[in-house]
Design a protein around this ligand. Structure first.
Ligand code: XMP
Length: 512
């Protein structure tokens, strides 16, 4: 049994990011709700505990708290943000609402390296998100670092092996954050890095087998990384009990349906059914321009089409989906924190009650790059694993405004050119995502001696590691020039190409 770190979740949108950082260090981590009985935690024999951040204030009545005996387990504890304040308050220190709230980047000055900051520079840029502050240390603790507004930004009690960080070491923007977490794991908890993706694969297979038993499962295959990996994993676990359904919603990219059929044929031995429902989707989307309405219609229709396919299969109990953690976090208000709800991703958030299927989401806690690793351990080919993510609503959210067949044609052709050139110039794999967006804006142009009045295509290319944040990519002029020339010359209906130079946040990756 691998060494285990338990992460107690107090409702932070970063809890799974903490778990992921721990996995990155090849250490097994288990996320549990904050009120998990201490006996249950003890039974897992954890080598360390992490208390996550959370949206509540420890000063508020009824704010989430673990049982006091958690601090008597003799296990090292790292409290992050709310976790630090909670530990501070429960162990006899003092927490107050700050005069100056700290959100975003801050300068951390390390006054004493202790174990957590061993070997790190004396000043670090870190990411904060808190209103309260620890103002008096509990007995046995000492200060390790401070920021301008927070005296106890990092603390330790080396005798009991309790540590606290007011900032978020788990987010990418915190300099040396990964190193700080690794110091906790290796120096304090003595983790040996005895866990890897193969272990995750084996554990997932066992858990799918347990959950499904001898029941039947259907899976919505999109041909993207997530659903293909989910299909291969579930296929490995329960084989013939799985049927995959590919819905052609009329919002796919050029030749996509045939590519998916080919992929499946070559690499996933299970059953595949193709539902050709393009006309139904496009009919329902006629005249609709509001992005959320479009998403809702696409989501609802998708479920209906699925429902019909399920009925054709007779008795089916589970619907499997390749939902990833970033999809979950942006769709569900986590721990009552409504800020986490950004877009309603149609493939997350449950099914209508009438559908009577249970959800099977074996990738729900993983991030994209982890899913690619998992796919590799399952033997899927590189072209599939390295494919850019494609949203469930497909080109439906890339034709801005009303979706019409002619607009889809223009978008498909332009997008195929962009992707072809990115692959040719070896830029494709350096990007998180790249695609074209059809803008319902017409502009004047001149071709030969003719005046044209046609639509605009926007190119979008971003770098990212998990889609939670993204930067627009600095593609070479020469490449942009070639793509623009080709689109304007080869695609009838587009006479202008623009490049989107917005980062996430504050923009999102997709336009709708
Ligand atoms: P945004 O546009 O929110 O996108 O920055 C973040 C990532 O999610 C993808 N995306 C979706 N994926 N169903 C999906 O499966 C959806 O409804 C959906 N909307 C956005 C997007 O392509 C990007 O990778």
């Amino acid at each position: 049994m691998a060494q285990t770190i338990v992460v107690l979740d107090f409702g932070s949108q970063y809890t799974q990011v903490i778990a992921r950082r721990i996995r990155e260090a090849n250490v097994y981590s288990k996320v549990l709700p904050f009120d998990t009985p201490v006996g249950e935690i003890k039974a897992l024999k954890p080598v360390g505990l992490v208390l996550s951040g959370g949206p509540a204030s420890v000063l508020a009545n009824g704010s989430p708290k673990p049982h006091r005996s958690l601090f008597n387990l003799g296990v090292p504890i790292l409290g992050i943000c709310y976790g630090l304040q909670l530990m501070g308050k429960m162990l006899g220190g003092e927490v107050k609402a700050s005069q100056q709230r700290e959100y975003g980047r801050g300068k951390l000055s390390i006054t004493k390296p202790g174990t957590l900051f061993k070997g790190l520079p004396k000043e670090l840029t870190v990411w904060n998100s808190h209103g309260d502050c620890l103002t008096k240390l509990p007995k046995g603790f000492r200060e390790l670092a401070r920021t301008e507004n927070s005296r106890f930004s990092a603390i330790e009690d080396p005798a009991r092996k309790f540590y606290g960080l007011q900032f978020h070491p788990e987010v990418e923007h915190s300099e040396k954050g990964t190193q700080i977490i690794q110091n906790f794991l290796t120096q304090v908890c003595k983790c040996e890095g005895d866990w890897g993706m193969e272990d995750f694969t084996e554990a997932s297979i066992r858990s799918i087998q347990e959950q499904v038993g001898d029941k039947k499962v259907i899976l919505g295959l999109s041909g993207g990384v997530d659903s293909s990996v989910a299909a291969a994993l579930i296929d490995r676990a329960i084989g013939k009990q799985l049927t995959c359904i590919f819905v052609d919603n009329g919002l796919l990219r050029l030749n996509e349906r045939d590519q998916v059929i080919q992929l499946f044929h070559n690499h996933i031995p299970g059953k595949l059914k193709v539902a050709r429902a393009g006309a139904l989707f496009l009919n329902r989307l006629k005249g609709v321009t509001d992005p959320e309405k479009k998403r809702k219609i696409i989501g609802k229709t998708f479920i209906e089409v699925f429902d019909q396919e399920v009925k054709k299969l007779g008795e089916v109990d589970f619907l499997a989906q390749g939902t990833l953690y970033p999809d979950v976090i942006e769709s569900v208000p986590i721990g009552g924190n409504p800020a986490a709800l950004i877009k309603s991703h149609h493939n997350v958030g449950g099914l209508p009650k009438s559908m009577k299927l249970s959800l099977l989401e074996p990738l729900r806690e993983l991030f994209k790059d982890e899913v690619r690793d998992l796919g590799r351990t399952l033997g899927l080919p590189k072209e599939v694993l390295m494919r850019h993510p494609f949203p469930g609503p497909g080109l439906g959210v890339r034709v801005v405004g009303e979706i019409k067949p002619q607009r889809l044609r223009v978008l498909r052709e332009a997008d195929a050119i962009f992707i072809e050139e990115l692959i040719e110039s070896r830029w494709y794999h350096r990007l998180w995502q790249a695609f074209c967006v059809f803008l319902p804006v017409r502009s004047v142009g001149v071709m030969g001696d003719e005046r044209t009045y046609e639509n605009v295509i926007s190119l979008r290319a971003v770098t990212s590691s998990d889609a939670m944040t993204a930067d627009w990519a600095q593609l070479p002029d020469k490449l942009l020039r070639k793509v623009s020339n080709r689109i304007i010359n080869e695609v009838k209906g587009a006479n202008r190409v623009v490049y989107d130079i917005s980062s996430k946040p504050p923009s999102t990756i997709e336009w709708e």
